[in-house]
Design a protein around this ligand. Sequence first.
Ligand code: ARG
Length: 464
Amino acid sequence: MSNKSNQILKNTNAQILDEFNASIMFDKELYAQDIKGSIAHSQMLCEQGILTKEEQEAIEKGLLQVKDEIESGEFKFSLAFEDIHMAVESRLTEIVGEPGKKLHTARSRNDQVATDFRLYVQEKTLSIKKQLKELISTFITVANKHTTTLIPGMTHLQHAQPLNFGFHMLAYANMFKRDFERFESSYKRNNFSPLGSAALAGTPHNINRFSSSEKLGFEAPSSNTMDSVSDRDFALEILFNISTCMMHVSRISEELVTWSSYEFQFVKMSDEYATTSSIMPQKKNPDVPELLRGKTGRVYGNLISLLTVMKGLPLAYNKDTQEDKEGVFDSVKTVEISLKILNEVIKTMIVNVDKMESACKIGHLTATDLADFLVQKQNMPFRTAYYITKDVVACANSLNKDISELTLDEIRGANSELKDISEEITMYLDLRNSMNSRNSFGGTSTIQTVEQIKAFENWLEKIN
Ligand code: ARG
């Protein structure tokens, strides 16, 4: 090979390696946290007499200028700087000269990246909590309007027992409340500052990690410097929390797809959230809930991917951890847009009360009520009551009726054991009475539903 082509090959390789090694193209997302961390670090260094007041002021001013340049689009992100930490520091030094070179005293990129990323995760945890609170409020508003609207409750996607739609909405409010609490608890657990851990072992400089930690809003500095430069649990926790939350988003989306189908017609989604088919002009497709359901997949992928990156890494920092960021950014963006859209879909959906209620007349939803009546009022063993109820169901089928629509005479004629049954039985077969009879704590009766709504309203007032 000629010298010239050898040189070209070397250059190409160097370029490929730079690209491979760099994280600047994605970790520029952390610019604000990087600058915030650096300002806190410089202030602490000044308090400790490691930087003079003039040096610190120049650094802080310079960092704010870098921030402006990034936000106005003026800043040139180049592969030459490898990552956001190097990029900010080099530009700072260009602007302020010598003091810029002192900023990295008593820190390493290892604690710097751990701090920036943790600040990002903590900030996003708070904003996702806020969105969850809004979504829960929306579910409560819908629940409040429908505490007496009947809907068939299902198991195995088969009609089981009548519920009220408000109660069904509250089931989701509970899921998203647990999600909220998961974010709340991971926030507390991870609210410790890695800054000042330096490369892994701490630093001989006389720094004050408590001061920089406080400036950044952390509860305290992390207690072991080696752990805090290697640990990515905080990133895994937000990925897990987002995954569970998206699993809930996916479940309500699945119901929305079903409920808006021609067969169900329980809800009509606002036209904004349904699209037409390019070939079948009559169609309205529930693309939005389908996408919400589909996006859950990538979020699970991001969680598994980081778990796999972290598995088997020796202490302390390894470059593998550079792979921690893109998945988290992607999951955060996905859950943010998903919660925003789901909130709008739920807010604007039109509930078709008539369709829901007439669907309750399919599938003999109150059959269990008849068996329970026979056990409670006639002192019958449950198994006997079960077989008698089967006869009543068969009778209703032969008359093409739902069990809730049978007359007293038809019930009496269904099985000889029922020939003198009291008229009270018809009340037990009534759908609304059946729903209201499930008045045990947390049950579907309107009374219990209203209690659950009240408890949620109290909770929503207290949280932030
Ligand atoms: N870009 C790196 C990352 O994201 C920053 C830390 C680099 N540290 C090092 N010792 N190479 O992890």
